[in-house]
Design a protein around this ligand. Structure first.
Ligand SMILES: [Zn+2]
Length: 130
């Protein structure tokens, strides 16, 4: 099964993604910002955080946030890459088309609503971010 987005729709989602990526990069720690400014959008090395031994509780919380943000940003970059190549992104699980309404809510998603629901039930995630 294949669905094709119009150039207008692709441009729309591209805009959404760019806006969200910029917001995330402003929130994550400075290492990531430096990487972005250097043109490298790779995942940051979480090992760097181990140096900060003080304030364990706060540190753990921050690390969780950063990892989450990094994953989110990576997913957005991935979706943006597909749009740039003129490809529509499909559900990871079965290659089904991702619902348009779902893309609107989560433009970087790689799963259709059914698969995401199944995954959330499995992992007990508190908030659906992917
Ligand atoms: Zn699916």
């Amino acid at each position: 099964m294949k669905t094709t987005l119009t150039p207008e729709q692709l441009a729309h989602f591209r805009g959404l993604l760019i806006e969200r990526i910029a917001r995330i990069y402003n929130e994550v720690h400075s290492d990531v910002r430096r990487d972005v400014q250097g043109g490298q959008l790779n995942q940051p090395d979480p090992g760097d955080e181990a140096d900060e031994a003080m304030g364990i509780q706060l540190g753990d919380f921050k690390l969780t946030l950063d990892e989450r943000s990094a994953k989110l940003a990576q997913a957005m970059e991935g979706a943006l890459g597909l749009i740039k190549r003129g490809e529509n992104w499909m559900c990871d699980e079965y290659g089904r088309a991702i619902e348009l309404e779902r893309r609107e809510l989560v433009p970087w998603t790689t799963r259709c609503a059914d698969c995401q629901e199944a995954l959330e039930a499995e992992t007990q995630e508190r908030s659906p971010t992917l």
